[in-house]
Design a protein around this ligand. Structure first.
Ligand SMILES: Nc1ncnc2c1ncn2[C@@H]1O[C@H](COP(=O)(O)OP(=O)(O)O)[C@@H](O)[C@H]1O
Ligand SMILES: [Mg+2]
Length: 344
């Protein structure tokens, strides 16, 4: 549906040119939720704004349904933009207008009667879970409710695509969850294609199908979310992974020779990392039954991504040396990453 081909964006900065986006190639399929993650300044917002030409790429092509929209006239670009809604971190509502006025705004000049506009606004507010709040002003709403109004407004022109620029970054974790849930519902119910950018790993894990990782203006890694985070190739991707796991903390305990990790003879500490989509949840009990090894889970960080466990476990294994070796061989065979972290 959307294809970026070799897109570059250079800004004229005070200290010379700033290459905000460098040679980006991306394909976004119709009906998917595509996430772009990167630290602040990576070029995410600029890239997102290149999709609806709020920012004109310096070079490269932006294809929307196979049409290169960088070649279109301003009037034609405006028509394309009606098919692309956008929401922002700071909601960007009109504070002097009511909820009704905000959501009805994009409907003006469409030749709709007053009643038709009212019906459409009611329908949109129902969709985002804000029925009956027509008369409120943004100042009377919570952050999550404001973002719901912004989503209703973005959907008023019935777009095919919704661009989300850090749409949950100003919200607390619980509200973030509810907005992500709403986006997931809209994706499913309406077949809405969603492109979101974020610096929060959780957002990607929670709702995205595909992810691109950005650093210094370039996309350094992309693919389906499970594959990218099960086998991160780039340091920046590993960084994002570690931020939401506690493995780093465990490694510090290990490095500091913490007494918490003192082992008895015959024990060792192993880490299991789930690298592929084939790991069954009964792994630990299977191993102890089959190989006569006791496995005591001392740390676990397993999440379901796309219906498959991603993450890993750290266990104290106790048993005969040969049994533990067989255990490790078995795990390697089924493509679980195993590392011996500590031997007694
Ligand atoms: N209008 C602009 N003029 C000059 N530099 C800009 C402009 N917009 C963004 N930049 C620069 O481009 C880089 C990427 O910015 P941005 O796309 O906002 O990153 P992100 O959204 O990942 O934080 C930054 O170095 C930023 O300072
Ligand atoms: Mg940004």
């Amino acid at each position: 549906m959307i294809r970026l081909e070799d897109v570059c964006k250079v800004f004229a900065g005070a200290q010379g040119p700033v290459e905000a986006v460098k040679h980006v190639h991306l394909t976004i399929e119709s009906g998917e939720i595509f996430g772009i993650i990167g630290f602040s300044g990576a070029g995410k917002s600029t890239l997102l704004r290149c999709i609806n030409l709020l920012e004109r790429p310096t070079s490269g092509r932006v294809l929307f349904d196979d049409t290169d929209i960088t070649q279109l006239s301003e009037a034609e670009v405006r028509a394309v933009r009606r098919r692309i809604g956008m929401i922002f971190q700071q909601f960007n509502l009109f504070n002097s207008r009511t909820v009704f006025g905000n959501v009805a705004f994009p409907l003006a000049g469409r030749g709709l009667s007053k009643n038709e506009v009212a019906a459409r606004v009611a329908e949109l507010l129902e969709l985002v879970g804000l029925s009956g709040r027509e008369g409120d002003y943004p100042s009377q709403l919570s952050g999550g409710q404001k973002q719901r109004v912004a989503i209703a407004r973005a959907l008023a022109s019935d777009p095919d695509v919704l661009l989300c620029d850090e749409a949950t970054s100003a919200l607390d974790p619980q509200t973030t969850q509810s907005i992500l849930q709403l986006l997931r519902e809209l994706n499913r119910k309406l077949g809405l294609t969603i492109v979101l950018i974020t610096h929060e790993m959780q957002v990607i894990k929670e709702i995205c199908h595909h992810v691109a990782v950005m650093e210094n203006g370039a996309v350094v890694e992309q693919g389906d979310v499970f594959s990218v985070f099960a086998n991160p190739q780039q340091a920046v991707t590993r960084n994002f992974m570690e931020m939401t796991s506690h493995v780093a903390g465990f490694r510090r305990l290990l490095k500091d020779k913490s007494p918490l990790l003192e082992l008895k003879p015959g024990q060792c500490i192993l880490s299991f990392r789930y690298l592929e989509r084939n790991v069954c949840s009964a792994l630990v009990s299977y191993l102890s039954r089959t190989y006569d090894v006791d496995l005591n889970i001392i740390f676990g960080n397993v999440e379901m991504i796309d219906g498959h466990p991603l993450g890993g476990l750290i266990v104290i294994a106790e048993g005969r040396e040969k049994s533990i070796r067989d255990c490790i061989d078995y795990l390697e065979n089924i493509h679980v990453g195993v590392e011996v972290l500590l031997n007694a």
